[in-house]
Ligand binder design. Structure first.
Ligand code: HEC
Length: 425
């Protein structure tokens, strides 16, 4: 079986300016600093992007130089991401600045932010995409989020038919999100799910002919099965060659958007771009791993951990080795760290995701370059760390209150959405 991420790896960053120790003269914006921003900032700091300021105009960047320095020094920008020394995952370099890159920015600011010559700007790296898509599923009409009373959350779903005559396999999923600034999540469900034996009708109030969709609180309804989740900062998932998630013939999918009232909402359209294969060698499953006893984050606690250790038998009916392709860590705004690891029978540990910080705006999935094997006699530990004190800059309650487990933006969650398959690669 061939295992290849080739189509996924887009790393033509070159070495221009990226921590080059032999930049003898003062670094310039175009030759040295802009390539770092193109690699690590531009996916959010563009016109219409999720960050409030665009880095497209160099004069604006220069005017912001001391703020940029402060955010980098504080480890706040780029926002925290899974630690690349924990596990090798696609594009990991892109989500952190190394010391060389920080030094280039520092010396550029110290030198008075010289622009240099735009002709010296290397070609920016491409953003990850699985395009061209085989199918795009989306609500047919733009939808204006509606908020009732003081509830800042609106959950909207659209029922969509894929149009497949036969069973097929999803090989890639890319959420299409027009306005990431007020979209808290997008989730793709399988209705009439292949996992549960299927049914002929739509469930949960779904009507594929309704372009306006329907209200749909909850973590899925009826027999919906979770296929994929997106949060701000997440990038597309593409499985290696030969792997895919099964969809039944005449698949019925539900696209769910969770809108959060940031005071700035406009008509919006969300959807998914999908790629398919008629057959795969290995079927992939999405395991939504979470600590079932997590009830709430206590008011005022600056260091609360919701966590659980699972034996594989908690998930699986029979002893089985599984291998993990990727993990999407998900918490809300009070998160401050995330740990997900395997403890083997001999006591040794394998890190899957480790984060010393957390920013709701940067929910990057770790897509492993090599699948991580979990033998049947090992245990999985998931720990989400929270700061519910007044000193958390993302604190929304004054004074802080108990924050329950729940799907609202001002509730908390702790999930490791784990794409895995049975056996070893
Ligand atoms: C995943 C998205 C994302 C990435 C990547 C990102 N930012 Fe940000 N940035 C944001 C968001 C969202 C905000 C606004 C909220 C905040 O300040 O935390 C922000 C705010 C900022 C601010 C404060 C702007 C102001 O006016 O207060 C600076 C400076 C900044 N980012 C610099 C950077 C730099 C430099 C990089 C790359 C090295 C970077 N950011 C990468 C999303 C991102």
């Amino acid at each position: 079986m061939r295992f290849s991420w080739l189509s996924m790896i887009v790393l033509p960053f070159g070495c221009a300016g990226n921590g080059d120790s032999d930049v003898a003269e003062a670094p310039t914006y175009w030759a040295d600093v802009r390539p770092i921003f193109d690699e690590s900032c531009a996916r959010c700091h563009v016109d219409g992007g999720q960050a409030p300021v665009s880095f497209d105009d160099p004069a604006a960047v220069v005017a912001m130089a001391t703020t940029i320095q402060a955010k980098i020094d504080a480890g706040l920008m780029p926002p925290p991401a899974p630690d690349p020394t924990c596990a090798d995952y696609v594009d990991s370099d892109r989500y952190v600045l190394d010391d060389g890159e920080k030094d280039v920015i520092r010396r550029w600011i110290a030198a008075g932010t010289p622009l240099g010559d735009e002709a010296d700007r290397p070609a920016p790296p491409e953003l990850l995409t699985i395009a061209p898509f085989d199918v795009v599923v989306t609500g047919a009409a733009p939808y204006t989020p509606q908020f009732t009373g003081t509830n800042p959350n609106d959950y909207r779903c659209w029922a969509v038919e894929v149009g497949n005559e036969d069973e097929i396999f999803l090989t890639g999923l890319e959420a299409i999100v027009e306005h990431p600034s007020f979209v808290h999540h997008v989730v793709l469900f399988d209705d009439g799910a292949s996992l549960l034996g299927g049914d002929d009708g739509w469930s949960g109030g779904a009507d594929p002919n309704d372009a306006d969709g329907f209200p749909c609180g909850g973590f899925g309804q009826g027999d919906w099965a979770f296929l994929h989740g997106w949060g701000p900062g997440a990038n597309p998932i593409m499985f290696p060659d030969g792997y895919g998630v099964k969809l039944q013939a005449h698949a019925k999918l539900i696209v769910q958007a969770h809108y959060f009232n940031n005071g700035d909402v406009v008509p919006d359209n969300v959807g998914y771009g999908l790629t398919f294969a008629p057959q795969v060698d290995t079927e992939v499953y999405n395991l939504p791993v979470y600590p079932p006893n997590f009830d709430h984050v206590p008011a005022g606690d600056p260091d609360y951990t919701a966590g659980e250790t699972f034996g594989l038998s908690d998930f699986l009916p029979v002893p089985l080795t599984i291998s993990v392709l990727s993990v999407w860590p998900h918490m809300h705004v009070l998160g401050k760290g995330f740990d997900y690891y395997i403890t083997h029978a001999d006591g040794s540990k394998t890190c899957m995701v480790q984060m010393d910080g957390w920013d709701f705006h940067n929910q990057v999935p770790a897509q492993y370059l090599t699948p991580i094997v979990v033998p049947p006699d090992s245990a999985l530990t998931l720990e989400c760390h929270y700061d519910n004190s007044p000193s958390n800059p993302n604190q929304f309650a004054d004074p802080p209150r108990d924050v329950p487990f729940g799907e609202g933006t001002e509730d908390e969650m702790c999930f490791a959405f784990t794409y895995a398959f049975a056996g070893t690669p």
